[in-house]
Design a protein around this ligand. Structure first.
Ligand code: HPA
Length: 262
């Protein structure tokens, strides 16, 4: 696994789409799949299983497709689904999608996810810009001695640009855990204490891999539920998908607006 396999995957995408360089990529996570239709009609769609290194995503609500879409004159890759540590995948598999997108030409990557809202005031159905993250997975996609600076990993200019599209957006710190179990109320109190506003099971390893490869990163979490213990309600993946479905038009317009301004 690693950069070589990503090059192979990128070559397959170029061959199948006829596009040698896709300038940007969007990873659509749980709850974000429906937003894709707002971004544009895909010129070409590829099942991930047909692209080297991808396999088929098993998370419910992930399509497992790669779309090539033109936004204005910009060719964009939409990765409809991602790999997670909780599927038993290693960091290399988890970041294969973003490494492939970068090998395919992407210099800007948009990472989306579903998250539990920890900070008081966050509302279900609200997209929140990721301003910073806590990698609490205990894992890294970087093998060997590679020291990578993570200051401004979540590009401040891209966040401003997103706020031009939707001025009501707030920002937060995303804590990435391994899952697949949701957190306990005690864990959520701990996460609040250490500075997390949002909690989820993805994104942080992809962000590190993107940063190591020098691309510009924007992250958006959709608050699909309030985190464990905030209300006393029980958590379910069905609720995560339902909230994504409801928010899809707003999320899609936001992503399209950002892509149009790149
Ligand atoms: N916790 C972890 N991951 C999540 C949550 C949550 O509350 N909601 C959506 N993904």
């Amino acid at each position: 696994m690693g950069r070589m396999l990503a090059e192979e995957a990128a070559a397959a995408i170029a061959e199948r789409t006829g596009v040698t360089r896709h300038r940007a990529a969007v990873v659509l996570g749980s709850g974000w799949q429906d937003a894709a239709t707002e971004i544009g009609t895909p010129a070409v769609s590829l099942p991930m299983v047909e692209v080297p290194g991808f396999g088929s995503p098993t998370a419910q609500g992930h399509q497992g497709t790669i779309h090539s879409v033109a936004v204005g004159d910009t060719p964009v890759l939409l990765l409809m689904g991602r790999r997670h540590l909780y599927e038993g995948q290693g960091p290399d598999q988890v970041v294969h999608g973003v490494r492939t997108a970068i090998a395919a030409g992407a210099t800007t990557v948009l990472l989306t996810n579903a998250a539990g809202g920890i900070r008081p005031g966050l509302r279900v159905g609200e997209p929140v810009l990721i301003a910073d993250h806590l990698n609490l997975t205990g894992r890294s996609p970087l093998a060997g001695a590679e020291f990578v600076d993570l200051v401004d990993t979540w590009d401040p200019e891209l966040r401003s640009l997103a706020r031009e599209v939707d001025p009501s957006l707030t920002e937060g710190v995303y804590a990435g855990l391994t899952g697949p179990q949701y957190e306990t109320p005690a864990e959520i109190r701990m996460l609040a204490t250490i500075g997390a506003d949002l909690v989820g099971m993805s994104t942080v390893l992809e962000a590190i891999a993107c940063r190591a490869l020098g691309v510009r990163l924007l992250g958006i979490s959709l608050v699909t539920n309030l985190a464990a213990g905030v209300t006393g309600a029980h958590l379910s993946h069905a609720e995560v998908l339902a909230e994504g479905h409801a928010a899809a038009p707003r999320l899609g317009k936001l992503l399209r607006g950002v892509l149009e301004r790149l």
